[in-house]
Write a protein of this length. Structure first.
Length: 166
């Protein structure tokens, strides 16, 4: 149970608090379920530990600290290694607390379309990764018709990624 009382995060299902060293200090119980860790395990984790294939976590966190707030998409890593694409809203409060509200991306089409319309090559690579992780997450429970749409989307993203690498 979160011991913090910040109106901006009140009622949110997935909320995490981290210190300046990017270590998790508190979170809602739903975060444990989302990531597959017990409370004790997650209290020993850092932002890097639950980030999926992201090398510049410290730089992104430093930018958040500098700005005081940040909004975007991200990919978390479940305890079993699978990817969990999310939207996040990170905030720094007057008392020094740093929190993020996570919203799991349930529909793969949203990050897929965001990647298709991205024009900045630097942002495109990350958006393609997020879209691919959303597709992977959907793959196992998809019907035969949906499987074809997912294969088509994956193929389009591969072409897009190659063109961005030029």
């Amino acid at each position: 149970m979160i011991a913090h009382d910040h109106p901006e995060v009140r009622g949110a299902e997935f909320v995490v608090f981290a210190n300046e060293q990017r270590r998790y200090t508190d979170f809602t119980e739903a975060v444990c379920g989302l990531l597959g860790y017990s409370r004790g395990e997650l209290l020993n984790k850092s932002v890097e530990d639950v980030s999926f294939k992201m090398d510049n976590v410290s730089q992104v966190f430093a930018e958040f600290v500098k700005q005081g707030a940040m909004v975007g998409d991200y990919v978390l890593r479940h305890k079993d290694g699978s990817a969990i694409p999310i939207h996040f809203r990170a905030l720094t409060f007057a008392d020094g607390c740093r929190a993020a509200v996570w919203t799991p991306i349930k529909d793969w089409r949203e990050p897929y379309l965001a990647a298709l319309i991205e024009t900045d090559p630097k942002k495109l690579t990350r958006k393609v990764e997020i879209a691919l992780s959303a597709i992977d997450r959907t793959q196992s429970g998809a019907t035969a018709g949906e499987q074809q749409a997912l294969r088509d989307a994956r193929s389009a993203l591969s072409v897009l990624a190659r063109s961005a690498g030029r």
